[in-house]
Design a protein around this ligand. Structure first.
Ligand SMILES: *[C@@H]1O[C@H](CO)[C@@H](O)[C@H](O)[C@H]1NC(C)=O
Ligand SMILES: *[C@@H]1O[C@H](CO)[C@@H](O)[C@H](O)[C@H]1NC(C)=O
Ligand SMILES: *[C@@H]1O[C@H](CO)[C@@H](O)[C@H](O)[C@H]1NC(C)=O
Ligand SMILES: *[C@@H]1O[C@H](CO)[C@@H](O)[C@H](O)[C@H]1NC(C)=O
Ligand SMILES: *[C@@H]1O[C@H](CO)[C@@H](O)[C@H](O)[C@H]1NC(C)=O
Ligand SMILES: *[C@@H]1O[C@H](CO)[C@@H](O)[C@H](O)[C@H]1NC(C)=O
Ligand SMILES: *[C@@H]1O[C@H](CO)[C@@H](O)[C@H](O)[C@H]1NC(C)=O
Length: 593
């Protein structure tokens, strides 16, 4: 009977010419697609764990208004969706305009409820809100017990008949395409060639032909693939995924699955496993994982993963320099890091010493040209003027690459003592040269760090390691935190005595924002505002940054400021930060324009 049904399903699959799109299978929708039930919630328009909050009522999805929307409510939404927690609430973000009704307004939850519909609210559909006030949430992603290396992540893009398709694969009935998996056993044959073991997976052309790289076309009966021993145990799960679009992925298998996905052009799986890499990046304090994933990304031409790894390394550059992986970095990777403006370092002088000492340690293995090429990427004009004077006697490579240093020192001194308008009038001056652009400098006086004040964090009092944090909290418990810092208007010497004051704030709720007359889109919200007019400095633009540091150990997000408010500035998804234990570091970055 089972076989009979499988054959029927197979026949349908073949007939309908599998497209991977659920719409083709509406016939069976009642069988597999979960029909939403009254009170269900979903996140719309975002990624896996974020989006506009929508609630299902009377057969229709509707939104939630931001009045009363806070972390307690967000936590209930995330819990109902089986995420381990809520990362932050989102208000006024463009998840696209919702077409349906606004179902909930003045929502008030304790935070412990299992269903949003059991919280207090006006009544279904009673509201004076517009869709502009729809709320969103960012949940902590599933399985993000990020510090325990054995988490399992569920990938699920299941389509209609996923389970049936899985059964067809498992049973192998009617399969017409054989894949021989060759794996080196580690032994050598008598003739010196590596001994290979072979296993066979039998699949269906109708399914695999969606991915041309399998060569599962009319005339072929099968293929042979070479798979590394580490990856071999996961090959069959990979093929099964192509049938079902569902899989449980562990850290041990994620790199293998990513490799298989790219080898066979299974884009969705590549993207999904690529996103999982993001989750594991902060876990390795030795930085070996991050570096080897980067090399892997370069090898496979995966631009997204490459950016993902290198961004993490750039943000956490200082830790990288004291990690075991530091001296094993390739010239190519260090060179790529030195091109970045989002490198987080105390100052450019630090970077110069750091690169010099890296070159010294590597010794003759780095050619003279490669050394110069790395050193040229130091932004000499950004080195504080006092330190430029000390450079020659202190530098261990100055004598070796004198011409390069001299040229760059001259450039740096000019930058420090001439007005930008003078520089620009020189035809040899290239204002778009990155050397005139700051990185993210955390040394005094350019930055200040603020611990987040959160009443809801008080229960951590019992743990010693949070002591410092909580003393601050208690002190500041009922006030939004605020700090004033003073910086020169620009880092070049001529502006040394022109100071500007900045106020840095972290707001935890709408009330704190309203008190300051600012509009916040999510919480906590950070603001960095000049305390005097900037119009006098129209040749200087401030491209300030906010660094979010997780549990004092790694930077997991860097934000830009727009209208003095911090906004997501990252090109790739943020790295995880369990427990939301993070601090805010504000960095002032003046730039000539
Ligand atoms: C995460 O860890 C907590 C406590 O150790 C545990 O209760 C929870 O089940 C874990 N979550 C997952 C998804 O593994
Ligand atoms: C992960 O699983 C392995 C084997 O099951 C075990 O030895 C190891 O202790 C686990 N690691 C963690 C962090 O739980
Ligand atoms: C598919 O065919 C091409 C061209 O014949 C060949 O280069 C490639 O290795 C084949 N792929 C597999 C997985 O066998
Ligand atoms: C991949 O193989 C490992 C054993 O090497 C196994 O523990 C893991 O569950 C497999 N994962 C998948 C998705 O097949
Ligand atoms: C980074 O360095 C700081 C200070 O040395 C240390 O406390 C932290 O654990 C490091 N983080 C990582 C991820 O290695
Ligand atoms: C550089 O040299 C000066 C004296 O020439 C010395 O005072 C200073 O400490 C040195 N700095 C470093 C970082 O070595
Ligand atoms: C920030 O923006 C990037 C690109 O738009 C996106 O991929 C990422 O998920 C966003 N991060 C957050 C925390 O919203």
């Amino acid at each position: 009977m089972l076989v009979h049904r499988n054959l029927l399903a197979l026949w349908l699959l073949l007939l309908l010419h599998v497209s991977g799109s659920a719409a083709r299978f509406n016939l069976f929708a009642h069988k597999k697609n979960p029909v939403p039930r009254e009170g269900d919630v979903r996140l719309f328009g975002g990624g896996v764990a974020d989006g506009r909050v929508e609630v299902y009522h009377e057969g229709q999805w509707g939104t939630v208004c931001d009045d009363g929307w806070d972390l307690a409510e967000a936590r209930v939404v995330c819990r109902q969706l089986r995420f381990p927690g809520a990362r932050s609430v989102v208000i006024g973000k463009d998840y696209g305009t919702a077409p349906g009704p606004i179902w909930l307004d003045d929502l008030k939850c304790q935070g412990t409820e299992n269903y949003v519909s059991t919280c207090a609210f006006k009544s279904w559909g009673t509201t004076d809100c517009s869709h502009k006030e729809d709320v969103g949430v960012i949940c902590e992603s599933s399985g993000s017990n990020a510090t325990d290396g054995n988490s399992t992540y569920s990938l699920d893009h299941s389509i209609s008949l996923s389970d049936e398709r899985g059964q067809i694969f498992d049973s192998g009935s009617g399969c017409d395409f054989s894949i021989s998996v060759m794996t080196a056993t580690g032994n050598t044959e008598e003739d010196g060639t590596p001994e290979m073991a072979s296993t066979t997976v039998c699949a269906h052309k109708a399914i695999l032909s969606q991915f041309p790289l399998f060569n599962a076309s009319e005339g072929t009966a099968g293929i042979t693939v070479d798979i590394s021993p580490a990856c071999q145990p996961n090959f069959s799960s990979f093929i099964r995924y192509i049938y079902t679009r569902k899989m449980e992925v562990t850290y041990s298998s994620v790199q293998c699955l990513h490799w298989l996905a790219s080898k066979f052009g299974v884009k969705q799986l590549m993207e999904d496993t690529g996103r999982l890499f993001t989750q594991i990046l902060p876990e390795d304090a030795s930085f070996h994982t991050q570096v080897s994933l980067y090399e892997y990304a370069v090898e496979t031409g995966d631009i997204v993963l490459q950016e993902n790894c290198i961004q993490y390394l750039a943000w956490n550059y200082q830790n990288l320099t004291s990690s075991p992986a530091w001296t094993q970095l390739s010239v190519q990777l260090l060179g790529a890091l030195l091109l970045r403006s989002d490198l987080v370092v105390p100052d450019e002088y630090f970077l110069l010493w750091n690169v010099e000492s890296w070159i010294r340690e590597k010794g003759a293995s780095i050619s003279s040209e490669a050394q110069v090429d790395l050193l040229k990427r130091i932004r000499f004009p950004m080195i504080p003027a006092e330190e430029l004077y000390n450079l020659e006697p202190n530098s261990s490579l100055y004598a070796t690459h004198e011409a390069m240093y001299q040229k760059n020192l001259l450039k740096a001194f000019q930058f420090n003592v001439l007005l930008f308008s003078n520089l620009k009038s020189n035809p040899k001056f290239d204002k778009d040269d990155d050397d005139y652009r700051p990185r993210i400098y955390t040394a005094e006086p350019w930055s200040t760090t603020m611990t987040r004040t959160q009443n809801r964090r008080m229960h951590y009092n019992q743990y010693d390691r949070y002591n410092q944090y909580n003393q601050y909290n208690q002190f500041n418990q009922y006030n939004p935190s605020s700090k004033v810092i003073t910086t020169p208007v620009h880092n070049s010497l001529i502006f040394k005595n022109n100071k500007i004051q900045w106020e840095a704030n972290v707001f935890n709720n709408q009330q704190e924002c309203s008190n300051r007359g600012v509009r916040c889109e999510s919480f906590p919200s950070a603001r960095l505002a000049p305390q005097s007019s900037l119009t006098e400095w129209r040749h200087i633009l401030f491209r300030n940054r906010l660094l979010l540091m997780c549990q004092g150990t790694y930077i997991f997000q860097v934000q830009d400021f727009k209208n003095n408010m911090a906004v997501n500035g990252s090109r790739v998804p943020a790295y995880p930060c369990p427990d939301d234990q993070y601090t805010h570091q504000f960095v002032v970055r003046p730039e000539y324009v």
